[in-house]
Design a protein around this ligand. Sequence first.
Ligand code: FES
Length: 184
Amino acid sequence: MKSKKKIEKPKPEKQQPIKIEPPEDKIESRRVFLKKLWMGLGILAGAEFIGAVTGFLFSGKGNSKETEAKKLIEAGRVDSFKPNSVTPFRGGRFFLARLKDGGFIAVSLRCTHLGCSINWEEDKKRFICPCHASAFSIDGDVLNPPAPKALDYYPIIIENGIVKVDVGTRKQREKFNKDQLTFA
Ligand code: FES
C-alpha cells in the first residue's frame, strides 16, 4: 500500500511592514512648517485680543465719554415743525417728532423687535411695524408688543433756530421720559 504523502503547501511568509523613514530634510521642513503655523496662529489670536480690548475701551461701554463722531443732519427750522407732528427723514433713518409741548425727539425707524422699518400712521398718531404689528406712540414708547422696548433715538442740537440730528449716536432706552426731549 502506497502511503499517501501529504504535500504541504508552503506557508506564506509573514510580511513585515516596511518602514520608510522620511528623509531628514523633509522632517526638518515639516518641523519648520509647524513652527511657523503655530507662530501665525499665535499672532492672529494676539491681534484679535488687542482688537477686542481696543474695541471695548473705545466703544463707550468702558468709557463714559462719547467717542462716536457726530454726524449731524440739518432737519430744518424749528418753526417749520408744528407741535404734535411727525416728519420722516428716511435717508437719515429717523422720524423727527415734535410733541404737543414743543419738545423734539428723533426716533429711529428700526423696530426694536426684529429691526423692520416702521411707518407713521397720521390718522391714528402712532408708528406701526408692518412685520409683526408692534405699535409705538409719537415719542417712541411701546403701545403694542412684541417690541420689547421704546424706539431708539438720536440726540438733537438746536443752533440758531435750526434743528440738527446727530445720527452718529443712536441711543437705546427702555421707555420714554421727558429728559430725552430737546426744546428750542
Ligand atoms: S419687527 Fe417689528 S414687530 Fe417684529
